[in-house]
Design a protein around this ligand. Structure first.
Ligand code: HEC
Length: 143
């Protein structure tokens, strides 16, 4: 009995062991959306930022697709940006936007600990997952 309590305590101390999703084991050299980022978003974001956005998530973007065909009027989402509230990068135009156009904005809210909301109590992306997201954005958010 006492053993079990001890194991439980240790699990809570360990990073992401007790709840949520474990960090990814290693950071890929050249992360791509479909192989690397989509599974990450599935684990941490799509509960709210899927199709349709739910639980109060903004409706101007979805993270379950790389690009939204209807948004073809704004093909270069990673280009020029105007400042959105709180100094976040926000793609030009009205959207709707897919994961490519939103990549920098997503990186910012993740690095600031704002997303996913559970990051507030420690259930966010692990260090490797953050590093991968940053690398993906720095390499131009490839599909
Ligand atoms: C439990 C639901 C939930 C999850 C999971 C979640 N979000 Fe959100 N997200 C929201 C809600 C609600 C808002 C709008 C309120 C806000 O901005 O805090 C939001 C807003 C955002 C915004 C826009 C912020 C702005 O300034 O307009 C981005 C970008 C974002 N989320 C990215 C992500 C990413 C990336 C993940 C996964 C790492 C994620 N979210 C996980 C609910 C969620």
């Amino acid at each position: 009995m006492r053993r079990r309590w001890l194991a439980c305590g240790l699990a809570l101390v360990g990073w992401g062991c007790a709840f949520g999703v474990d960090d990814i084991p290693e950071v890929p050299e050249n992360p791509t959306f479909h192989r690397d980022i989509l599974p990450l978003y599935q684990d941490h974001c799509l509960l709210c930022h899927g199709d349709p956005p739910s639980r109060g998530a903004p409706t101007y973007f979805r993270l379950d697709v790389y690009e939204i065909p209807e948004a073809e009027a704004h093909p270069d989402g990673l280009g020029e940006r105007r400042q959105h509230h709180a100094g976040h990068a926000h793609p030009e135009g009205e959207g709707p936007f897919g994961a490519k156009a939103m990549s920098l904005h997503c990186l910012q809210v993740v690095e600031e600990g704002l997303m996913p909301p559970a990051a507030k109590w420690g259930d966010g992306l692990g260090p490797n997952a953050r590093k991968m997201l940053r690398r993906w954005v720095e390499q131009g958010s490839p599909p």
